[in-house]
Design a protein around this ligand. Structure first.
Ligand SMILES: Cc1ncc(COP(=O)(O)O)c(C=O)c1O
Length: 386
């Protein structure tokens, strides 16, 4: 690392993470939308696509099987599941759709969740005819474990569903503790880990967990994962197909027959890189990045940091307090400053949000200079006194 880079970033490890990626024109503060893949991931993905054109898609897939199966084992380990409990699917939404189709749920069974639930998940529950029950939360929006325990004992839902890390603001659910309570009560816990995998600890003891490659793992787009704990495998109602080879593990039968195999290869490389970086170190760093982001923006006039400063994740939400148009602000950040962020509209958490937020989601490589640039770009010019 050269001296100028060292000045921009006091910690030596994480600039390497940035150097492994194609150069960005400015700070990418949008990993909660889609992360920046490394050159190795991009190379593996495009090499596989090339191999498909050379050898034929199915021959290429055969050749890639060892890489993909190593990726499956590594990913299953990150989710705390046996390898045969993991299916590669298209994305997190497709994973939830599969879960709702194959889980042995009685018609109209109630699903319990918290008010911050991801809006499209609420729509999926409704589409499949499952009513929802709201669980009590603490002041920050985390499920209240004492009242969850009471609810499980007195009026248990068919499923508890928690989104481990929210999309719209820095909010992390105590999933491991909820999993222990649910297991003791015999109620399955499903976890939406779309924002959690590669970001926080996802080996939590959930009965089902699903997510996506493209965000914090910085794998390719168009690949997701669904993991199911072993006690459920024989109880799933999985449609059989004459085309499925004998002996296919039941969870793997949830994989689409036709798939973005190059994406699975790329994801497998991304997971390997994540393990090499050290998941615990990445988690610690992302917590630190979140805290530094909130501290940097805490007193910025015209903006309010929505989350508690020490929320253990890298997502920060800003509420505009001076009537700023967030769509215009995001556009200005990209076009004038090359800073990428997201406007989180109320549809992301319709039972909790009343106004949109500007979402900032840096990865481990975020530097003080990136955040200073963001702060400067968000600063509302004061009118000169006349
Ligand atoms: C919390 C959460 N759940 C689910 C999804 C949906 O993921 P996908 O676009 O992979 O279907 C997202 C996407 O941003 C998300 O943030």
């Amino acid at each position: 690392m050269d001296t100028a880079r060292a000045d921009r970033h006091p910690d030596h490890r994480w600039p390497d993470w940035r150097d492994q990626r194609p150069e960005a024109p400015g700070p990418h503060l949008d990993h909660a939308a889609a992360g920046r893949s490394s050159r190795a991931v991009l190379r593996a993905t495009s090499n596989h696509a090339q191999l498909e054109a050379q050898l034929g898609g199915y021959v290429a897939e055969e050749q890639a099987r060892p890489v993909i199966e190593a990726g499956r084992a590594a990913l299953a380990g990150l989710l705390g599941l046996p390898t045969d409990g993991l299916a590669f699917v298209e994305n997190a939404s497709a994973a939830l759709g599969r879960l709702l189709m194959v889980w042995p749920l009685p018609d109209g069974a109630p699903i319990a969740m918290v008010p911050s639930e991801w809006g499209p998940n609420l729509e999926a529950f409704a589409r499949h005819g499952f009513p929802t029950i709201e669980l009590a939360t603490d002041g920050a929006g985390r499920v209240d474990l004492a009242s969850l325990e009471t609810r499980l004992a007195t009026a248990p839902p068919a499923v508890v569903h928690l989104t481990q890390v929210a999309s719209h603001r820095g909010l992390v659910q105590p999933v491991a503790a909820a999993a222990r309570l649910c297991r003791a009560a015999g109620v399955p816990l499903w976890v939406d880990a779309a924002q959690a995998v590669g970001h926080v600890d996802t080996a939590t003891g959930a009965d089902a967990i699903y997510g996506t490659s493209r965000k914090w793992l910085t794998g390719p787009r168009g690949v997701g994962m669904l993991g199911i704990a072993e006690p459920w495998w024989e109880r799933l109602i999985v449609p059989t197909s004459a085309l499925t080879p004998d002996g296919t593990p039941v969870v793997r039968m949830l994989e689409p027959g036709e798939a973005h195999v190059a994406g699975r290869v790329g994801l497998s490389v991304a997971v390997r890189e994540h393990l090499d970086a050290g998941p615990a170190d990445v988690r610690r760093r992302l917590t630190e990045v979140g805290r530094i982001t909130r501290e940097t923006l805490a007193d910025l006039p015209g903006w309010q940091v929505v989350d508690a400063i020490d929320t253990p994740c890298a997502i920060t939400a800003l509420r505009p307090t001076a009537g700023q148009d967030l769509i215009a602000t995001r556009g200005r950040l990209i076009h004038d400053h090359h800073i990428v962020t997201t406007v989180a509209g109320v549809g992301r958490a319709p039972r909790e949000m009343t106004t949109p937020f500007l979402r900032i989601s840096p990865h481990v490589d975020c530097s003080p200079a990136d955040l200073a640039d963001l702060r400067a770009a968000l600063t509302i010019p004061t009118r000169a006194p006349r």
